[in-house]
Design a protein around this ligand. Sequence first.
Ligand code: MG
Length: 160
Amino acid sequence: MNGEFRTGIGYDKHRLIAGGPLVLGGIPIDFDKKLSGHSDGDVLLHAVVDALLGAAALGDIGTHFPDTDPRWKNANSEIFLRHALGLTRKKVSITFLDCIILAEKPKLAPHFDAIRAKLATLLDLTIDKISLKAKTEEGLGDIGSCNAMAAFVAITVKLT
Ligand code: MG
């Protein structure tokens, strides 16, 4: 129904491998490891895509960009987000995003404003509509040992 609010959630996790820079939310960050995946492995952008597709009930990132498709090998994840925006634009208007990155290192707070500004540009929103938080896993598990990074995103949209 027009005007109805919905929430979509997205989650993603990728391995960290040797060699920087780390690209997170489309922003290069000086670090000695990078995210690995069929595409560029940008967990935050992937979680945003899944949250947006979820809010529009249009499947998930794997449906639209299968990792068996050579077209998406090493692909810049901004392509996925632009495609998802194209699919969802007529159906929903984005109101707010709340994002959590799970990472032991590096310290991400100094990069928050750059990442928020990048997401704002990609999503055509103002920066105050994007909340970004980061948590460590206190040394526990694959994230705590700096072998992986994950992201959760909740997106609020209004049906148009
Ligand atoms: Mg992914």
